[in-house]
Design a protein. Structure first.
Length: 422
């Protein structure tokens, strides 16, 4: 299709994320991608600084992942999961149990990150219901979070960032405490404790993004908060949920962010990089106590079952992606990217308009003291041959792990340029 015709049809018919209809911004047309490069229909090429929203950790068209998909397509692309099972899903479940914190032993597969959060919240509520405590039906979280775009995930997303005012009367009203300070602060933990004490009869679970709050503002906090949350959850008889959809699979320098603190949540959500960015899949893991609690209820089943649950194609490529990750020195690679980002983004520090520069693992962030001019910032990055998607007051990157040093330098230069004009 001619690119101009494609753009015209796109504008006429297709919604894009968080966009009006018709769109006000012209998207770039990508015709193919390999390695860290997106090939554009107009012949240009961009180094991807976004890993397609945290997902494409091994880059694009990776031979091992392509082969896994091809091999699985030849057997079966999908079969229903009710009453049937198959090796790709069972193998994946076993691997996930092995690589996540020890006590997580049961896996619920679903189609996306948001749905895995829905399932996690359903697990918390159903667990308490099954034990005869239906009043425990609210979730507690800290501000600044992001947990997805369907309704329950939105209800635990930051009230301002998640546009709760638009949804007043629709969203379940959850309990919010302030955003966690960067450094560990016992006074903050005391406040958490106090809030839980006051609401323990109605709180079913605590849900947070561990160590890195992603789409809610790219903020980092001390892993010691995870230890504190674990203690408070036990003390107040609430379940602890870690949303590792963005942080999982090495991104923060630990395989899972929970590993920074050696803490096991009762429930864990994963997604995004699970399939190496090839197909949409999420999973919710839980400890036996949660599964056993739910099984003891009047309705002893976890009442959820997506049509594409356990999709064999997605499971096969997830197996290949995790195998690839673990067979290499992912920790050394992420540490190398971290060093490159620290070095490459340092010049932004102290510049006019720059509030903060921060790096953790393969995540690099330049925070401005004003909202970015997205069109200008994107254009500046593209002129440097790099794809970035700044938002709010942030110009940031989380490159694929296969990014070579010279491409990483180019990404950093593009972040600086984008932050300059934003
Ligand atoms: C992206 C994200 C989600 C939502 O995942 P989708 O696959 O987009 O539904 C939930 N939680 C976190 C932390 C995320 O980064």
């Amino acid at each position: 299709m001619d690119p101009d015709e494609l753009i015209a049809l796109d504008r006429e018919h297709v919604w894009h994320p968080y966009a009006p209809m018709p769109a006000t911004q012209r998207p770039l047309v990508v015709s193919s991608a390999s390695g860290v490069r997106l090939r554009l229909a107009d012949g240009g090429e961009l180094v991807d600084g976004m890993s397609s929203w945290w997902a494409a950790i091994h880059g694009y068209a990776h031979p091992a992942l392509d082969a896994a998909v091809r091999e699985q397509v030849g057997r079966m692309s999908h079969v229903m999961f009710g009453g049937l099972t198959h090796e790709p899903a069972v193998r994946l479940a076993r691997t996930l149990v092995d690589i996540t914190p020890g006590p997580l032993r049961h896996v619920f597969f679903c189609d996306s990150g948001s749905v895995s959060v829905e399932v996690a919240i359903k697990m918390c509520l159903q667990y308490h219901r099954s034990l005869g405590r239906p009043a425990k039906r609210r979730m507690l979280t800290w501000r600044g979070g992001y947990h997805g775009d369907t309704f329950h995930p939105m209800s635990v997303t930051d009230p301002d960032g998640g546009m709760h005012s638009l949804w007043r009367g629709v969203l379940p009203e959850q309990l919010f405490v302030p955003m966690p300070p960067v450094e560990y602060d016992p006074a903050y933990v005391a406040e958490l404790d106090e809030t839980l004490r006051r609401h323990r009869d109605e709180v079913a679970g605590i849900i947070v993004e561990p160590v890195v709050q992603g789409a809610g503002g790219m903020r980092f906090h001390s892993p010691r908060y995870l230890n504190a949350l674990r203690e408070l959850a036990d003390e107040h008889d609430v379940l602890l949920v870690f949303d590792e959809i963005a942080t999982g699979f090495g991104r923060t320098g630990a395989l899972f962010a929970a590993d920074h603190a050696g803490v096991t949540p009762d429930v864990m959500c994963i997604g995004k990089a699970l399939t190496g960015g090839y197909l949409s899949m999420g999973a919710t893991l839980c400890v036996p106590r949660v599964a056993q609690g739910i099984s003891r209820g009047e309705t002893p089943v976890l009442a959820h079952g997506p049509t594409f649950m356990g999709n064999p194609l997605a499971a096969a490529v997830a197996n290949a992606s995790i195998e690839l990750l673990l067979s290499g020195d992912w920790a050394g690679t992420v540490t190398g990217i971290e060093a490159g980002l620290i070095h490459g983004l340092a010049p932004a520090r102290g510049r006019a308009g720059v509030l903060d520069v921060r790096v953790l693992g393969a995540i690099g962030v330049v925070q401005l003291d004003h909202d970015v001019d997205m069109a200008a910032a994107t254009k500046a990055a593209v002129e440097h041959g790099v794809w970035l998607r700044p938002f709010r007051d942030l110009v940031y990157t989380m490159p694929p792990y296969i990014t070579a040093d010279d491409d990483l330098e180019r990404i950093c230069a593009a972040v600086l340029a984008a932050a300059e004009v934003a």
